[in-house]
Design a protein around this ligand. Structure first.
Ligand code: NAD
Length: 469
């Protein structure tokens, strides 16, 4: 896979130059991509790309992340096709003008909004869901009638190479392009005058992308990360809660932007919770997770070492075994890390789950609100008052009560962060909206032209204006 990827990478970088974005600008200016027919044709072609190459996509995801077939389908392939089906089903209604009422002063007249595409979009993806994180925004961009360049992460080489090979075969090549590469190629791309910058990844590069967009005063969406807290009320249905936490945390070996980053629990429940958590990890991934075909691998050795370093001096109560050569780290549980340890300061983005204890429920909420706003926040509770307090007090991109990442399966729920976890939302109609400009239109009639707004003014005209505007 790596050799193939390197070949494609060279080919793409060699052929990429600014004329490519000029070509996309020309295509957009031709108006071709604005028609409903073009949008649906491209979305159907994308479905075909996925359906005819499912096995290659699965192989690439396995090569990059050791992703198993079920996860590949659930979080990348099936996720993308479901998003296309949903989009095609609703696209006509999203494209319809939206009626707005008109005040007396502008009568007779009509007001409405029309969604128009922004132009040429740059979509930069991250490595952890390397297919879905460029394809889902592409679906939104195309649905909204834009041209687009997609730039998959260079860390997920096999998926990047596959996309570079398949996209030109299936999609309108004068409107949609793949550029492979890392920092240098992305920097070159960011200097181009795109009309929309859509970025998924870490905070640091998010700032670089926002600066680049500012130079062109272009629209920007940042899908970032952060430490997503998971509060467990020890009096809830712990069996189901723990099963759902294990699923959300160790899927993709913990490399999920919305994975529970750490668990918060009241002191008296720690022992029971930890014991049952460990039993559930063993149930889902076996006694030797390195042998489990369902357990993934870390993206590369550098990230593997970063994660292993987090365990230095920590109280590891389960797991901790690793094989850097194999990019493997066991599902690992740590209790009571200090608040200033790297484990509690940085986003873990790997298979380590710290558990921290508190004296009361309110103290857990205070701990979360004293930190940067997370991408997702989870609470497991059967206590209606605590649930309401959590939803009201915690500011996060998304909140999920009594489950973890499953909220992502609802394509109608807008998804995105707040503060340092991101800016702007997509999925479903929200995705269509961020790749569109909502153009306001007012149409006046010549039938009647009330003189009250024209000079010379009078007290009587002012009285009427106050009444009718
Ligand atoms: P990454 O290393 O793949 O980088 C993301 C993209 O930025 C890549 O395409 C890369 O080529 C580009 N890039 C890297 N350095 C650059 C530079 N100096 N200049 C310009 N471009 C550059 O991914 P990452 O940053 O390691 O991603 C992990 C982060 O992404 C985590 O914080 C995670 O939570 C977040 N994430 C968020 C979402 C979401 O949907 N909100 C999804 C996945 C990951």
């Amino acid at each position: 896979m790596q050799d193939v990827s390197a070949t494609f990478q060279q080919a793409q970088v060699a052929t990429y130059n600014t004329t490519n974005i000029d070509e996309l600008k020309r295509t957009f200016a031709s108006g071709r991509t604005k028609s409903y027919e073009w949008r649906v044709e491209q979305l159907n072609a994308l479905t075909l790309l996925i359906e005819e190459n499912t096995s290659h996509i699965i192989e690439a995801l396995h090569a990059d992340l050791g992703k198993c077939k079920t996860e590949a389908w659930l979080t990348e392939i099936g996720y993308s096709t479901a998003s296309i089906t949903d989009t095609v089903k609703r696209l006509k209604s999203w494209m319809k003008p939206n009626k707005i009422s008109t005040p007396m002063i502008a009568q007779p007249g009509k007001s409405f909004t029309i969604n128009e595409p922004l132009g040429v979009a740059l979509i930069i993806g991250a490595w952890n869901y390397p297919f879905q994180l460029v394809i889902t925004p592409l679906i939104a961009a195309v649905a909204a009638g834009n041209c687009a360049v997609i730039k998959p992460s260079e860390l997920s080489l096999a998926t990047s190479a596959l996309l570079a090979k398949l996209v030109p075969k299936y999609l309108d090549n004068a409107a949609i392009k793949v550029v492979e590469g890392g920092k240098d190629e992305t920097t070159e791309l960011l200097a181009q005058p795109f009309d929309k910058y859509f970025y998924t990844g870490g905070e640091q590069v998010g700032r670089i992308v926002m600066t680049a967009a500012a130079k062109h005063l272009a629209s920007v969406t940042l899908e970032l990360g952060g430490k997503s807290p998971c509060v467990v009320d020890g009096e809830t249905n712990l069996d189901v809660a723990i099963r759902r936490i294990v699923w959300g945390k160790w899927m993709n070996a913990g490399q999920t932007c919305v994975a529970p980053d750490y668990v918060l629990i009241e002191e008296e429940y720690l022992a029971d919770f930890s014991q049952r958590l460990i039993a559930e990890i063993k149930k889902q991934y076996g006694k030797e997770p390195s042998q489990s075909k369902d357990y993934g691998r870390i993206i590369n050795q550098r990230h593997c070492s970063r994660l292993i370093n987090y365990l230095d001096g920590q109280n590891v109560i389960h797991g901790g075994k690793h094989k850097v050569d194999d990019k493997f780290i066991e599902p690992t549980v740590v209790v009571q890390p200090t608040a200033d340890s790297a484990l509690m300061q940085e986003e873990i983005f790997g298979p380590i789950l710290p558990i921290v204890t508190f004296k009361s429920k309110q103290k857990m909420l205070d701990f979360i609100t004293s930190r940067p706003k997370p991408l997702a926040a989870y609470v497991f509770t059967s206590n209606a008052k605590f649930e309401a307090d959590f939803v009201e007090q915690i500011s996060a991109g998304s909140v999920c009560v009594n489950d973890t990442s499953i909220f992502m399966a609802n394509h109608d729920l807008p998804f995105g962060g707040v503060g340092t976890s991101g800016m702007g939302q997509y999925h479903g109609k929200a995705g269509f909206d961020i790749f569109s400009h909502t153009k306001s239109v007012m149409k006046r009639s010549f039938k009647f032209d009330a003189p009250i707004r024209y000079a010379p003014f009078s007290k009587f005209k002012l009285m009427l204006l106050k009444k009718f505007s």
